[in-house]
Write a protein that binds this ligand. Structure first.
Ligand SMILES: [Zn+2]
Length: 385
């Protein structure tokens, strides 16, 4: 099984599925393999038609299934110094090198290698494979997948997200919401501030409000928050605008993000900013220039994975791996999106996040073996279900 996994992984690494590029060839490869073992396979394209999600089912098409979830895309290799071709897997000293080996084609390869076994083992409880596009650029594929599953009335109950955790069970992470807010004012001479609308000034006032809200969020942390820090954080990442000392700038923008520990914090910040814009900033801007505007562009809106008491995904993974505790992590995944479907989700996969996104990314053969052992036990469990 390890040899088969390595061979599939080598094939997957050879698809250069960097997020900006198409993943269709890799999805077609995965679809073929899953069809060959009798799975019912759906390939759902994105609006551009250049990318697709894959959702496949072994066993009956009913609610309550277990989802093995992975993203097909990888981060770019530009400006990274690799010691070998990133899109050709090589094995050295017990490590498999290549872009995506740990994040997260290793898990996909292991799931696929096991698929023929699962096909023979699955009984009343369905096993699904969910392979998505554009995870690295804001979980766009999983957002569409969750929408599609809802529309089709398919409701699995457990999701296992195979992001690299060194095979530890992870039950939570914060959300990651990234925005760019653009201010359109009116240019003018610096000596006559009342005749123009200073976009930089508006951006600064917007940021000032955001910092006040950021301070409020510290007091809103849930008592039992497992995260570090325990509250929802805000970061002002970039502030652009203006040219010279004596010109009123017409344009400015702020790139900012928040990492919510609970969905209501994000809603609180958005509502407070909206009323600040609608009631304070925009009236001031439009009194001088009716076409002035403030627009916020969503770059990524990844919901958090909130730890829960009665998590069947944790119970199953605990049974399969022998671990009896779960942790939280700082990176975000598609797990929270599955949770919005009412599913239980945990993250557990081969490889370390320390190697993800870097030059000479690798997964160890030992980690892949551990993953296969876990999946093997999952097959036994399905056979008894
Ligand atoms: Zn990943």
């Amino acid at each position: 099984m390890l040899a088969r996994t390595k061979s599939i992984l080598s094939d997957l690494i050879a698809f250069p599925t960097v997020s900006v590029d198409s993943n269709l060839e890799m999805i077609a490869y995965l679809a073929q393999r899953l069809e060959d073992c009798g799975a019912q396979v759906d390939v759902m394209r994105d609006p551009s038609g250049r990318k697709a999600n894959l959702f496949a089912t072994l066993g009956p098409m009913c609610d309550g299934g277990i989802v093995l979830s992975g993203h097909s895309d990888v981060v770019p290799v530009t400006d990274q110094e690799w010691n070998s071709d990133p899109f050709e897997m090589i094995e050295r000293d017990g490590c498999l090198f290549g872009r995506g080996t740990c994040d997260m084609k290793g898990f996909i390869a292991a799931s696929l290698a096991m698929a023929p076994h699962f096909a023979a083992q699955v009984k009343d409880r369905p096993l699904h494979f969910a392979f998505t596009y554009d995870e690295e650029t804001g979980c766009l594929g999983a957002t569409q997948l969750v929408r599609d599953l809802k529309a089709r009335g398919i409701k699995p109950s457990v999701a296992l997200i195979g992001e690299p955790t060194d095979m530890r069970i992870i039950e939570g992470h914060k959300g990651c919401c990234e925005y760019s807010t653009h201010f359109q004012g009116l240019e003018g001479h610096g000596s006559a501030p009342d005749l123009g609308v200073n976009a930089v000034e508006m951006a600064v006032r917007y940021v000032a409000r955001l910092l006040e809200l950021s301070a409020d969020l510290k007091h809103k942390a849930p008592d039992n928050s497992p995260f570090v820090p325990p509250w929802t954080t805000v970061n002002i990442g970039a502030l652009h605008g203006g040219e010279v000392h004596n010109v009123i700038p017409a344009k400015a923008s702020v790139d900012w993000e928040m990492r919510p520990v609970q969905p209501e914090d994000a809603a609180y910040v958005k509502a407070a900013l909206k009323s600040h814009c609608d009631e304070v900033l925009l009236p001031a801007m439009r009194a001088v220039y009716p076409d002035a505007s403030i627009t916020t562009q969503t770059i990524g809106d990844v919901v958090g994975l909130i730890p829960t008491e009665d998590n069947e995904a944790f119970q199953i993974m605990s049974e399969l791996t022998g671990a009896n505790s779960a942790d939280v992590v700082a990176f975000s995944t598609e797990g929270g999106l599955f949770q919005t479907l009412g599913m239980d989700a945990v993250i557990c996969g081969p490889g370390s996040i320390a190697q993800a996104h870097k030059a000479d990314e690798f997964v160890t053969v030992d980690q892949l073996s551990q993953c296969l052992t876990m999946l093997d036990k999952l097959g036994v469990k399905l056979a008894g279900a």
